[in-house]
Design a protein around this ligand. Structure first.
Ligand SMILES: *Cc1c(COP(=O)(O)O)cnc(C)c1O
Length: 339
């Protein structure tokens, strides 16, 4: 039994999802004639109370397009030092938009409205880059799946209003945050100007992210997607997977979160553990003490066909997902206690 816990992107479509894909009615989406894509976009726009949504091949492209929509070359955006847009999108912020990042030294990828106020460059001080955008990630990836306090987000919205800044949400794992929190998709739609959500992480689709926003900003999104090379043709087959996932897989995230908490509590009792970060969703970040090196730990797991991620600097990561079964879970917990 191969147990792959490196990421929630390693999942494969189920038979039911594949059947939904095969049944899809498709057309050329570059001409906006793919009715399944149109349906998915309309559904997500409505879900968040926004007028527009646009399907993208990846979350990276959706975020990069959003940043381009909100900024001009030379501008600066504010984000956490852990953020995906800064760390894991290949330097796209500068490559695609000519924009720099003002990094906030936050807590597990999250920061406060006061931090934002301090990070804004005075707009009339022409020596500094012009601050035009704030970017938030929920849940935080490098922050170990932590969920934002929605009240802090609302305060940041107010700061953005006071300073004419855009507010973008990297919601690659927003589904996980929604499952744990009391807020609705509409609450998120009200607070953010643009939101990217991912269909290929927790929801188990082979690909796809969607950027959601109102007309004023989104009318240019299709041009930017074209420039980035993201215009796709009969992509309704993939949109059908997305529609299937929205109907069937959001609730299943509860199971991923439960298993992640169980893994954390087993780890906390293992002699080789230094510390385990608090687990709120489906990501577990932990470190080992000097009784075992990361390499030794990973090799021992791999010899049992179990795979996890090494984040470097002593941090290891486990991510639970829809293809991680009950059987795998029992086996994994057993192996962890035996090491
Ligand atoms: C995975 C991820 C993305 C990007 O998604 P891709 O589809 O891999 O490009 C963006 N933001 C966060 C927080 C992610 O975890």
């Amino acid at each position: 039994m191969r147990i792959d816990l490196r990421s929630d992107t390693v999942t494969k479509p189920t038979k039911e999802m594949l059947e939904a894909m095969l049944d899809a009615k498709v057309g050329d989406d570059v001409y906006k004639e793919d009715e399944t894509v149109n349906k998915l976009e309309e559904r997500l726009a409505n879900m968040f109370g926004k007028s527009h949504a646009l399907f993208f091949p990846s979350g990276t492209m959706a975020n990069q397009a959003a940043i381009k929509l909100h900024t001009n070359p030379g501008d600066q955006l504010i984000c956490d030092k852990y953020s995906h847009v800064f760390n894991y999108e290949g330097g796209g912020v500068s490559f695609n938009s000519g924009v720099s990042c003002k990094l906030i030294d936050g807590n597990r990828g999250m920061f406060s409205a006061t931090d934002v106020i301090e990070a804004i460059n005075p707009p009339d001080f022409y020596h500094s880059p012009l601050t035009t955008l704030v970017e938030i990630e929920n849940t935080t990836n490098k922050g170990g799946g932590a969920c934002w306090d929605f009240n802090e987000i609302k305060k940041i919205r107010q700061v953005c209003n006071d300073n004419s800044l855009g507010l973008h949400l990297d919601g690659a794992r927003l589904w996980n945050a929604l499952i744990e929190g009391d807020e609705t998709t509409h609450d998120y739609g009200k607070v953010f100007d643009t939101i990217s959500v991912c269909l290929s992480k927790g929801l188990g689709c082979p690909l796809g992210s969607v950027l959601i926003g109102d007309e004023l900003l989104m009318k240019n999104a299709i041009r930017i997607r074209k420039i980035l090379g993201g215009g796709m043709r009969q992509i309704g087959f993939m949109a059908a997977a997305g529609l299937y996932a929205l109907d069937n897989n959001i609730e299943k995230l509860n199971e991923d979160h439960k298993k992640a908490k169980e893994i954390a509590s087993v780890l906390n009792n293992c002699t080789y553990i230094n510390s385990v970060e608090p687990v709120e969703t489906n990501i577990i970040i932990f470190s080992l003490n000097n009784t075992m090196s990361e390499l030794e730990f990973i090799n021992k797991l791999e010899s049992q066909s179990i795979f996890i991620s090494n984040l470097g600097r002593g941090k290891l990561r486990i991510v639970t997902h829809i293809d991680y079964s009950r059987d795998m879970h029992s086996r994994f917990l057993e192996v962890l206690s035996m090491l």
